[in-house]
Design a protein around this ligand. Structure first.
Ligand code: URA
Length: 433
C-alpha cells in the first residue's frame, strides 16, 4: 500500500477502506508520510468529504495511535466535557469543581489556546504556582482523593491528532466536519472517561458559523462516541459574542470565581449550569434536568463548589486565590474604550474581541509564543445594552502600552449599534441527548 495511492483515491472522491485509513494514520504517526502528503490528504478530505463510516474508522484509528488512559481504578462514572473552542469560555473552570462537588468524578484533560480561542490550561496557568502538567499517576491519584483534576494531555495521547492538527492549522483545513469530529472524539475516547458532554459553539467566534453545520457536527460526534461505548450528549451554544464579560487568562479566572460565589453574567451561568446538568444526568445522579440543576445550585449556594475549586488548585500546588484574588497577575496598563454612538448594542463580534485579546498578549498565534497572563479585555456592554456617546464599552489590559493602542482602533469595530432594542438570543441553541 502507498500513501500516494490513498491520496489519489480520496482526491477522486472514493470511499476509503478500513485498511487505507489505518495505513494513513500509521504513516502519520511513524513519520513515513511527509508533511506534504499529509497536507494533500487533508485537503482531499476537505474537498471530497468523508462519510460517517470513514469518519468512525479514522476516529478509532487516531484514538489507538498512542496511549489510552485507564481510569478504571477510579470509582464511579467519570464524566468529561469538551468545547469546540470559543472566546471567553471559562465554563470548564467552574463546572469541573461544581460537578465534582456532587460526588461525580471529573477527569478533565485540557489544551492550551491557539488562534482566537483561549485554552483552559492557560487560564489555570495564570494562577501562581499551579501545576497543570500532571503525570498519569498524579492525575488519577488526585481524582481518587478529591474527585477532580484538570491537566494537560500527556505527550503520547493521540499523537496522530497532534500532528494532523498542526498541519491543519497551516493548510486551511481546520473547518471540516469529519476532521473536527475525528479530532475531538479520538481524544475523548483515548482519555478514558465514561461519559462526555460536548459544547459545540456556533457563530462568528466559532469554527461552525451556522446552526446547520453545528448540528451536523454535534450529531456526528454523539454517534461516534456512542458507538465507542461512551455515554454522550451535546449542547449547541451561541458564540456570536464572547461568553461572559472577561476575555483573557487571569481576568477569566476572576470571572469564574465570581460565578462560583453565585455572582456573574447570565449567559455564562446559563451555559455552565446546562453543561453541568448534562454531566450530572450522564453520571446517572439525577432523574431529570430540573433535579440536576437544583443539586448544582445548592452546591453553589452553600459554598461546596467554591471549596472544591480551592481544594483542586491547592492539590495542584497553587496559591489560594479564592482567599486572595490579588495574587493573580495584574496588567501594568489599562485603556478604556468609550462609545462614539448613542443607541443599543446590536452585536459584538466575538472573533474581533478574540483577536484583540491576542494583540494585547493573552493568546498565541504560534505554538511557541509566550503569553501575558494579565492581558485581555473586560466587556462592560454587550448586545442589548443601551449606551450613550462617551459611555465606557470595555477595558483593555496589557503589560504593553503599544499593544493597547494597537488593539483599540480595531476593537471599536467589534461593536454594532441600532436605534431599536435588538432581540438578544438564547445562549443555548439546541441540546442533543
Ligand atoms: N477542537 C478539537 O479538538 N479539534 C478540532 O479539530 C477542532 C476543535
Amino acid at each position: 500500500m502507498r500513501i500516494f495511492d490513498i491520496i489519489d483515491r480520496k482526491k477522486n472522491g472514493n470511499t476509503l477502506t478500513d485498511e487505507e485509513i489505518r495505513f494513513f494514520v500509521q504513516s502519520v504517526v511513524d513519520g513515513t508520510a511527509s508533511n506534504e502528503q499529509i497536507g494533500a490528504m487533508l485537503m482531499a478530505i476537505v474537498l471530497r468529504g468523508m462519510d460517517e463510516w470513514e469518519t468512525e474508522v479514522l476516529t478509532m484509528a487516531m484514538a489507538e495511535s498512542g496511549d489510552r488512559i485507564d481510569l478504571s481504578s477510579i470509582d464511579g462514572i467519570k464524566v468529561d466535557k469538551h468545547s469546540t473552542g470559543g472566546v471567553g469560555d471559562k465554563t470548564t473552570l467552574i463546572l469541573v469543581p461544581l460537578v465534582a462537588s456532587l460526588g461525580i468524578p471529573v477527569a478533565k484533560f485540557s489544551g492550551r489556546g491557539l488562534g482566537l480561542t483561549g485554552g483552559t490550561i492557560d487560564k489555570l496557568a495564570s494562577i501562581p504556582d499551579m501545576h497543570t502538567n500532571l503525570s498519569e499517576d498524579q492525575f488519577i491519584s488526585q481524582i481518587q482523593q478529591i474527585g477532580c483534576a484538570i491537566a494537560t494531555t500527556g505527550k503520547n495521547l493521540d499523537p496522530c491528532d497532534k500532528k494532523l492538527y498542526a498541519i491543519r492549522d497551516v493548510t486551511a483545513t481546520v473547518d471540516c466536519i469529519p476532521l473536527i469530529a475525528s479530532s475531538i472524539m479520538s481524544k475523548k475516547i483515548a482519555s478514558g472517561s465514561d461519559a462526555v458532554v460536548l459544547d459545540v459553539k456556533c457563530g462568528r467566534g466559532a469554527f461552525m458559523k451556522d446552526l446547520k453545520g453545528a448540528k451536523k457536527l454535534a450529531e456526528l460526534c454523539v454517534k461516534i462516541g456512542k458507538k465507542a461505548g461512551l455515554r454522550m450528549s451535546a449542547v449547541i451554544s451561541d458564540m456570536n459574542e464572547p461568553l461572559g464579560n472577561a476575555v483573557g487568562n487571569s481576568l477569566e479566572v476572576c470571572e469564574a470565581l465570581d460565578l462560583l460565589r453565585g455572582k456573574g453574567q447570565k449567559d455564562l451561568k446559563t451555559l455552565t449550569m446546562c453543561l453541568a446538568s448534562h454531566m450530572v444526568l450522564l453520571a446517572g445522579k439525577a432523574e431529570n434536568t430540573k433535579d440536576a440543576e437544583q443539586m448544582l445550585q445548592a452546591s453553589l449556594d452553600d459554598g461546596r463548589a467554591l471549596r472544591k475549586f480551592r481544594e483542586m488548585i491547592r492539590h495542584q500546588g497553587a496559591k489560594d486565590i479564592t482567599e486572595d484574588p490579588d495574587l493573580l497577575p495584574k496588567a501594568r496598563f489599562r485603556g478604556v474604550v468609550t462609545s462614539e454612538h448613542d443607541g443599543y448594542v446590536s452585536g459584538l463580534d466575538a472573533a474581533r474581541i478574540g483577536h484583540a485579546a491576542n494583540v494585547l498578549g493573552a493568546g498565541r498565534l504560534k505554538k511557541e509564543d509566550s503569553i501575558d497572563y494579565s492581558a485581555g479585555v473586560y466587556l462592560y456592554k454587550k448586545a442589548g445594552d443601551y449606551v450613550k456617546k462617551g459611555d465606557e464599552l470595555l477595558c483593555l489590559y496589557s503589560k504593553s502600552k503599544d499593544a493597547i493602542m494597537d488593539a483599540e482602533d480595531d476593537i471599536r469595530k467589534a461593536y454594532t449599534f441600532s436605534d431599536t432594542k435588538p432581540e438578544t438570543g438564547n445562549i443555548i441553541l439546541e441540546e442533543k441527548f
